[in-house]
Design a protein. Sequence first.
Length: 153
Amino acid sequence: MWFRVDNRLIHGQVIEGWMPYTGARNLVVVNDELAEDDLRQQIMTLAVSRHIQVHFVHLADLGDILAKCGPDTFVLFENCQDVGAAARNGVHFPVLNIGNIHYSEGRHQLYPHVALSDSDIEMLRELVRVQHTELDFRAVPSEKMRPPHVQLF
């Protein structure tokens, strides 16, 4: 099972890079707003192979869908806050890939593709401390795995 934070959700890097890399047959997009938007779901699903089962789920339903899908699942979150909520709801994150979080005011640019807020950093620190989560800061699988930014973690 692979967990990724990417504010773009389904896009080329996920479909062409991460899905083959992980061998996942299920793609779970955890986003309350998107779980209610059939049109956006249809548009996003157009990019996905028919061999991949796509699930758009509410955060509260994540545990149930993970139990149904099993280990060959790729889980996408739009932001770190939803990852924190999932962890508080009992989801365990052995590894969390931080793939893309755009810069905005109040965020620290850690890597070219990752800018985190203070609350993002605190939540990730908590995951590392409590769940012993390994943080993986890569945009694509072919990149060398980057360790957490020393000054912040």
